[in-house]
Design a protein around this ligand. Structure first.
Ligand SMILES: [Zn+2]
Length: 273
C-alpha cells in the first residue's frame, strides 16, 4: 500500500497532497499546510482510521483537521477514532449526519485552516447524496463521490437534474484545477465513455495512458477539470456525439440536458464493459 505525495510544494501557494489508498479502491487525501506547516495536514473523507494513522506516523505528520464531503460509511468510518486519538475539528455538510461534526458547511462557506495557511470554498453538489459538498481552494478540488475521472457518482439521493447542476458548477472551475476524487474508478469509467463516444480521440489517448498506469498499479488521480471536459461523458452531455448516443440509446429525441444526462447515467448503471 504505497503512499504517494503529489505536487511537492514548489511554490508556497500550492499545497502538497498525499494519497492514502484504502479498502478496494478508495483514496483518502492528506492536504499539507503551506510553507513551514508542511507537516501539518487535513484529511479528506477518512473512511477508515488505520491507514490514516499509518500515513501520519510514516510521514511524521500532525493531523489538524478532518474534512468530510458526504455521509457514506467509506468516507466517515474513521472520523470517530481519529477524533478520539487526535482531538481535531470535523467539518462536514450541514444537512447530513456526520459523526462529531464541529462545523456545518453550506454553499459559499469558506473553511479557513489557519494553522495550515489554507482556505477552501464550499460548493453544494447534491446528486450522489442529498447534502454532498465539495471543497475547492489552491487549485485543488476535493469532490468526494460527485465527479470521478471519466465518470460521476451514482444518484442515490438526488435527481439527474440536480447532479447535472452540481457537475456544471465543478466544470466551471479553472481547467488546471486538480481533481481529487475519492475512488480509483477511472479505467472502468473510460470503458463506458468509449462506448458513448467511440470517436473521441482525446478519450482514446487518455484510455491508453490509464491502462499503462493501472498495469503498473499506479493511481490515475488527481485528474484535472480540463482533462475531464475532454473525456468525461457526464461533463459532455451538450456535445452532439453524446446527445446522439443518448438519443439512440433511449430510442427518441431527448427534451433537455437533464434528459440526456439521465439516459447516460442509466446506461452506465447497467454497463458491463
Ligand atoms: Zn458515496
Amino acid at each position: 500500500m504505497g503512499l504517494e505525495t503529489s505536487l511537492p510544494a514548489e511554490t508556497p501557494e500550492i499545497p502538497a497532497v498525499t494519497r492514502v489508498p484504502a479498502f478496494e479502491d478508495n483514496y483518502f487525501w492528506l492536504v499539507h499546510g503551506l510553507g513551514g506547516a508542511a507537516r501539518r495536514v487535513a484529511v479528506v473523507d477518512p473512511g477508515h482510521a488505520a491507514p490514516v494513522i499509518a500515513a501520519l506516523d510514516a510521514g511524521g505528520l500532525t493531523l489538524d483537521t478532518i474534512l468530510v464531503t458526504h455521509h457514506h460509511a467509506d468516507h466517515i468510518g474513521g472520523v470517530a477514532p481519529l477524533v478520539e486519538r487526535y482531538r481535531v475539528p470535523v467539518y462536514g455538510p450541514a444537512t447530513e449526519a456526520i459523526p462529531l461534526r464541529t462545523t456545518a458547511l453550506r454553499e459559499g462557506d469558506i473553511v479557513a485552516l489557519g494553522a495550515l495557511g489554507l482556505s477552501f470554498r464550499v460548493y453544494d453538489v447534491p446528486g450522489h447524496t442529498a447534502g454532498h459538498i465539495a471543497y475547492y481552494g489552491h487549485g485543488a478540488l476535493f469532490c468526494g463521490d460527485t465527479l470521478f475521472s471519466g465518470g460521476c457518482g451514482r444518484l442515490f439521493e438526488g435527481t439527474p437534474a440536480q447532479m447535472l447542476r452540481s457537475l456544471d458548477k465543478l466544470a466551471a472551475l479553472p481547467p488546471e484545477t486538480r481533481v481529487y476524487c475519492a475512488h480509483e474508478y477511472t479505467a472502468a469509467n473510460l470503458r463506458f465513455a468509449g462506448a458513448v463516444e467511440p470517436d473521441n480521440t482525446a478519450l482514446q489517448q487518455y484510455l491508453a495512458r490509464v491502462a499503462a498506469l493501472r498495469a503498473g498499479n499506479e493511481a490515475t488521480i488527481p485528474s484535472t477539470i480540463g482533462l475531464e471536459l475532454c473525456v468525461n461523458p457526464f461533463l459532455r452531455t451538450r456535445q452532439p456525439a453524446v446527445r446522439d448516443a443518448a438519443s439512440q440509446r433511449s430510442g427518441g429525441v431527448l427534451a433537455d440536458d437533464a434528459g440526456v444526462f439521465a439516459v447516460i447515467r442509466e446506461w452506465k448503471n447497467g454497463f458491463r464493459g
